[in-house]
Design a protein around this ligand. Structure first.
Ligand code: NAP
Length: 351
């Protein structure tokens, strides 16, 4: 095989506010040796996951994970295919989920980050970055561990989900609706997305937060107030939901995408509702529940088979479009999981 030409995208500058795909990142071509050390594997990246959290990884601040360094390959979760192996547990042709970053190839060592995945006919391997990946698990653990939906769920429980047409939100909304039978209100940024939420995913109500009358509509849609708010956006939507929180309500702080590009984010104005309603607002990181991934994945697979969980993907072609794809995530150009397709999976016989 010899040395391989590898296109990489590295972090060139830390943006203060919005990401400029032309100056924030830099492309480079490097030569990657295919001489593998003990237990190492060489993989070809097939799909790159685009995540709002990437914006946080570019900031040099204290977080749950260290920042990406300047001139380091941009971090990402990926699905990749083994093309050379020095490890008996990984055969050429196997599919893995790993943190390869924004590049075409990577040499990997076994770690808790490297997971072998099953290939099923008719199921894209990208599913392991979406509904069957960390995205789906985030929705699951947010609802179960922070929202305590097993205690609260049922027809008398009103659940509101922001970012509801996105990767995490769409899974959270469907679990609340089709597994726990709650009344579910999805919030999204376009009328088309709202139609998708009601007609395709079966939510009770969908509201466009860009509508001038959004807060009036939110009040009308929550006559019994909000028992669980699964928040992916923060900002004004969070404030609106704080004003509607029920007695002992739960706010699952999953994400705050509306604030990620702000140089100085502003806080919620109506947090005193937590006092008056004895409500709780709690953040979490999906990795906190790594020991429970097995049971969660089994539950999710069952719900997919039963038709309770549907998913969509927005797939951008070509590694060269990865910086743009990240920016588009912040513009709401995606429905469901945002991915970049870097290469086609090869049949084992061709490798
Ligand atoms: N806690 C954890 O462990 C964890 C793990 C994964 C993800 N997350 C968080 O979960 C959230 C969703 O992530 P995801 O990967 O599933 O992304 P996603 O929802 O698929 O994509 C992001 C969506 O956010 C919406 N958005 C963008 N800017 C917005 C704004 N200013 N106000 C309101 N909505 C805005 C857009 O939809 P519209 O068209 O509807 O605006 C966009 O499609 C993010 O906040 C992320 O950081 C947390």
């Amino acid at each position: 095989m010899g040395a391989i030409k590898n296109t990489q995208i590295v972090l060139a500058n830390r943006p203060v506010a919005d990401i400029d795909p032309k100056t924030t990142f830099k492309f480079q071509q490097v030569s990657l040796s295919d001489e593998l050390g003990p237990n190492e594997i060489l993989v070809k990246v097939l799909f790159i996951s685009l995540d709002p959290a990437m914006r946080g990884w570019m900031r040099d601040v204290r977080s749950y994970i260290r920042p990406v360094r300047i001139d380091e390959v941009m971090r990402s979760a990926d699905v990749a295919q083994v093309i050379k192996s020095n490890n008996p547990d990984y055969k050429v042709g196997d599919l893995v989920r790993a943190t390869c970053g924004w590049q075409e190839y990577a040499v990997l060592k076994p770690s808790e980050d490297l997971v072998k995945i099953q290939s099923f006919p008719g199921v894209s391997p990208s599913t392991y970055l979406g509904v069957l990946g960390l995205t789906g698990l985030t929705a699951y653990f947010g609802l179960f561990e922070v929202g305590e939906i097993e205690k609260k769920g049922g027809p008398n429980c009103t659940v509101v989900v922001s970012g509801a047409a996105g990767a995490t939100g769409s899974v959270a909304a469907q679990i609340a609706k089709h597994v726990f039978g709650c009344r579910v209100i999805g919030i999204a940024g376009s009328d088309d997305k709202c139609e998708y939420l009601v007609k395709e995913l079966g939510l009770d109500v969908a509201l466009n937060y860009k509508s001038k009358t959004f807060f009036k509509e939110l009040t009308a849609a929550t006559p019994k107030l909000i028992d669980i708010f699964f928040d992916n956006t923060g900002g004004d939507i969070l404030d609106g939901c704080l004003r509607r929180i029920a007695f002992k309500g739960r706010i699952i702080v999953c994400g705050a995408i509306s604030t990620y590009n702000e140089a100085v984010p502003k806080g919620p104005a109506y947090y005193s509702a937590l006092i008056t309603q004895r409500a709780r607002m709690e953040g979490f990181i999906v990795f906190d529940y790594a020991e429970k991934y097995g049971k969660a994945t089994a539950d999710m697979s069952k719900w997919i088979k039963e038709g309770k969980l549907k998913s969509r993907e927005t797939v951008i072609q070509g590694i060269e479009n990865t910086p743009d794809a990240l920016v588009r995530l912040f513009k709401g150009d995606n429905t469901g999981k945002m991915l970049v397709k870097v290469a086609e999976e090869e049949s084992k016989s061709k490798l």
